[in-house]
Design a protein. Structure first.
Length: 248
C-alpha cells in the first residue's frame, strides 16, 4: 500500500496544510480517508479529480468531512456528465449531515452523486483493501480504521481521546497514523483528543512498528508533541506533513 498525507492540520487548515485527508492506494484502487477543509484542492496534487474509488469518513466534524460538499459540486456538475455514484462510507447520519451542510433538501440530498454506506464496528472489504472499523473516544460517533492489504497494515486513529479500542485496532500494525492534537500538561479533556505523550503510549501498548503524529492544530507546538511521543514510544516517530508519502 501507499499512504499519502493529503492534509493533516487539526481543527482548521494551516498555511502549510489542509485539514485531515489521507490517500491509500493499492492495486490501482484509491481510497480517501476523510476529506476535511481544503482537502479536495490538495488531493488534486496527487490524483485526478475523478480518480477516487471510495471515501471513508471517520466522523462528521467539519475538519474531517466538509469538502465532500465541494466534491459533490465537482461530480454533480461535471461537463462530461455525472459519474457513477461514488461509495462513501461514514456514520449513520452522513447523508443528512452533508445535505444540511450544503443547505439542500435531505431527499434526495447528495444521494444521486454519492452511494452512502453506513459504517459499523467490524470488517468491510473496500476494493482490494480489508478495512476494520472500531468506535473510538470522541464526543460524536467516530471511527478509527485499520487498512490491510497483502499482509501489511496501517491504522488511522480518526479523532479520539484515550481509547483501549484504538490500542487493540493498532495491534502490531506496520504504520500507526495517530492524532496528537493536545499538549501534555496543557489540555486535560480525556474524551476528545490525545496529546503527544498519549499517542506514544498508545503506539507502545499496541506494539506498532512506526508512529506518525497527525491532526496537530496550528496553535500547538508539533516539536513538543514529537518529543513527548518519542519519550513514550521506542520505535520511529515522525510528524505528518502534507504531501508526505509512505510505502506500507
Amino acid at each position: 500500500m501507499k499512504l499519502t498525507v493529503v492534509g493533516c492540520s487539526g481543527s482548521f487548515p494551516s498555511p502549510e496544510s489542509a485539514c485531515s485527508s489521507y490517500l491509500v492506494e493499492a492495486d490501482g484502487f484509491r481510497l480517501v480517508l476523510d476529506l476535511g477543509n481544503g482537502a479536495l484542492g490538495a488531493l488534486q496534487n496527487h490524483i485526478g479529480l475523478y480518480e477516487v474509488d471510495a471515501i471513508a469518513l471517520s466522523h462528521l466534524h467539519a475538519d474531517h468531512c466538509i469538502d465532500l460538499c465541494a466534491y459533490w459540486v465537482a461530480r454533480n456538475y461535471r461537463l462530461e456528465g455525472v459519474p457513477a455514484p461514488l461509495p462513501v462510507y461514514g456514520p449513520a447520519d452522513t447523508p443528512g449531515r452533508m445535505a444540511r451542510a450544503y443547505d439542500m433538501p435531505e431527499a434526495p440530498g447528495m444521494t444521486e452523486v454519492f452511494d452512502f454506506r453506513t459504517l459499523r464496528p467490524g470488517t468491510v472489504e473496500i476494493g482490494p483493501l480489508t478495512v476494520t472499523v472500531a468506535r473510538v473516544n470522541h464526543p460524536v460517533e467516530t471511527f478509527a480504521f485499520r487498512v490491510e492489504h497483502d499482509g501489511r497494515s496501517l491504522v488511522y486513529s480518526g479523532d479520539t481521546g484515550v481509547s483501549r479500542a484504538l490500542v487493540e485496532l493498532a495491534r502490531d500494525c506496520d504504520l500507526f497514523l495517530c492524532e496528537a492534537a493536545y499538549t501534555d500538561g496543557k489540555e486535560t479533556y480525556q474524551e476528545i483528543h490525545l496529546n503527544g505523550r498519549e499517542a506514544g503510549e498508545h503506539a507502545a501498548a499496541a506494539r506498532a512498528r512506526r508512529l506518525v503524529l497527525t491532526h496537530i492544530p496550528p496553535w500547538t507546538d508539533p516539536q513538543r508533541n514529537l518529543r513527548d511521543a518519542e519519550a513514550a514510544f521506542a520505535g520511529p516517530v515522525e510528524l505528518a506533513k502534507a504531501g508526505a508519502a509512505y510505502e506500507v
